[in-house]
Ligand binder design. Structure first.
Ligand code: HEM
Length: 496
């Protein structure tokens, strides 16, 4: 154990540093055990302590000040240290595509630090799995987000959105024309994932969503200490709170799972159903060689999808409303397109492919404010990437936000809201656009999220016009996902 600790915290990091230095990749000097974490924390807290003076989309210096500083000092590739984990910043899109391609699906994945950090939050669900476990899990869940299954969800997405629109009308009628739209959209996307994949609802799953949000914040705070050897065994206030919340969320999930099982056992239903929960439950009965879905994995998967399936989409929608509320000409153009295509009807699958302007606006919103703004990948064996030899144990850190805001890649107007840049360009052609990551380990819910976002935006635009409130304070922050710190208050005006 002592030898392993010395290797892990001292010898291996030193070896990696030497190998990378020989290839010309340098970086800031790390401090013993904590690496550059204190420098990063100090820089970020300085840049994010106050809001921005105006709605300015030049946010890289605010959210990634360490990236700006070190890329100026050491060049586009540099190494910094999260505790004793070396991370190489990589912004060269050809090398990124290669790393994320099928060639390296097994040779790269989520690091020990990431897995430990989210152990009590989403456990070993799809987002944190590696190697063959990841492959099996991905094969099981992917069909739930494809083809006819996906099309079948349109009806539920429309129904849930109608309810939110009624709530918004009620708020306006009661004299509240100013609403914090982010809260409504988070509830709506929560309702949609609960309905479509778990045959539940936001109200039933409310406590689950709330606990997962708390767990997200707590695990982010507690993982700051993970760099100290053995720290995960020390009792602390965070860890006690995390364990209590974990137990509560698993008890609530167990109730949903048990009620589905009971339906089959008492003969009320012939199968577990064809939504995500049904597919996962069916898997628990199968015996595959070397892999089976245990009850713990089933719960980890449910937590993963409850969390990943709503927060990111709610953020995409919230930033899009903020942008359209700030750029009324674009709001009018997209509304005209929606009214022209859908008329008085609610959106259908056919309508969705005929809304290019809405698509461009969503893409531009994902470019300026990507909800997942960083992609870390640990390399598990020595690999060759472009001209670099990457040793086992090095983490590659892909700053999606910085790539999306690179003047070299996007041109002089990079920090302006200009959806026109996406006109006529299919997703596959946009090499430096990666809001959903890329390759076989991209976002499994990408089509689900885009379909949902189009339906919700189309319906919102045809019921309300919105302008940004004087109370809006532009303050993007990054707490695992890119959020507006004080929400997005807008003034709503019903159109009918
Ligand atoms: C705008 C909305 C969304 C964005 C921007 C987004 C972004 C991403 C990104 C960047 C990744 C890769 C993360 C990494 O490997 O480190 C990812 C993975 C994932 N996303 Fe999403 N996502 C969105 C919506 C959704 C939805 C709606 C679901 C579920 C219904 C979902 C479920 C997942 C899962 C399970 C993974 C892990 C996939 C794997 O590792 O194989 N996401 N997402």
């Amino acid at each position: 154990a002592t030898w392993q600790t010395i290797c892990c915290y001292y010898l291996t990091p030193r070896r990696i540093r030497r190998i990378m230095a020989r290839q010309g990749v340098g970086g800031p000097d790390p401090r013993f055990l904590v690496g550059n974490l204190p420098d990063i924390a100090a820089l970020v807290s300085k840049t994010t302590s106050a809001g921005m003076v105006s709605v300015d989309h030049d946010i890289v210096g605010r959210l990634l000040p360490h990236y700006v500083l070190w890329s100026k000092q050491y060049g586009k590739r540099f190494i910094f240290w999260c505790g004793s984990e070396p991370r190489m910043c990589l912004t060269e899109t050809d090398m990124i595509k290669e790393l994320l391609s099928a060639k390296y699906t097994h040779a790269s994945g989520k690091s020990w630090l990431q897995q430990q950090g989210s152990k009590h939050f989403i456990g070993r669900g799809l987002l944190m799995a590696n190697g063959d476990d990841w492959l099996h899990q991905r094969h099981i869940v992917a069909p739930a987000f494809m083809g006819d299954k996906l099309k079948g969800h349109v009806r539920y997405m429309v129904e849930c959105t109608k309810k939110t629109i009624r709530d918004l009308h009620a708020a306006v009628e009661s004299g509240n024309c100013e609403v914090e739209i982010g809260g409504y959209l988070t509830q709506l996307t929560g309702d949609i994932i609960a309905r479509t994949e778990f045959d539940s609802s936001y109200d039933k799953g409310k406590r689950i969503f709330h606990i997962l949000t708390c767990l997200q914040g707590l695990t982010a705070q507690s993982s700051r200490h993970l760099c100290l050897p053995g720290s995960r065994f020390f009792p602390s206030k965070f860890r006690r709170e995390i364990k209590a919340l974990k137990m509560e969320v698993e008890r609530l999930l167990m109730e949903i799972i048990q009620s589905r099982k009971d339906c089959v056992e008492v003969g009320r239903s012939p199968s577990y159903g064809d939504d995500l929960l049904g597919m996962l439950l069916a898997e628990t009965q199968k015996k595959r060689e070397g892999f089976s879905v245990s009850l713990q994995l089933l719960m980890d998967e449910c937590k993963t999808f409850f969390f990943a399936g709503h927060e990111t989409t709610a953020l995409l929608l919230t930033w899009t409303v903020m942008l359209l509320a700030t750029y009324p000409q674009w709001q009018d153009r997209v509304r005209a397109e929606v009214l022209n295509v859908c008329g008085e009807e609610t959106p259908t699958v056919d309508h969705l492919s005929k809304l290019p302007l809405l698509n461009m606006v969503l893409n531009e919103s994902l470019r300026l404010y990507p909800p997942a703004s960083l992609l870390p990948r640990m390399v598990f064996e020595d690999i060759k990437l472009g001209d670099l030899h990457i040793p086992k144990g090095l983490s590659i850190w892909i700053p999606v936000l910085a790539i999306h805001h690179s003047e070299v890649l996007w041109g002089k107007d990079v920090n302006e809201f200009n959806p026109e840049r996406f006109a006529g360009k299919p997703f596959s052609q946009l090499r430096h656009f990666m809001p959903f990551a890329a390759g076989p380990r991209n976002c499994v819910g990408q089509s689900f999220a885009l379909m949902e976002a189009k339906i919700i935006m189309a319906m919102l635009l045809s019921h309300f016009s919105f302008t940004i409130s004087v109370n809006y304070r532009h303050a993007p922050v990054n707490v695992l996902t890119l959020k507006p710190k004080h929400g997005v208050p807008v003034y709503l005006k019903p159109l009918h």
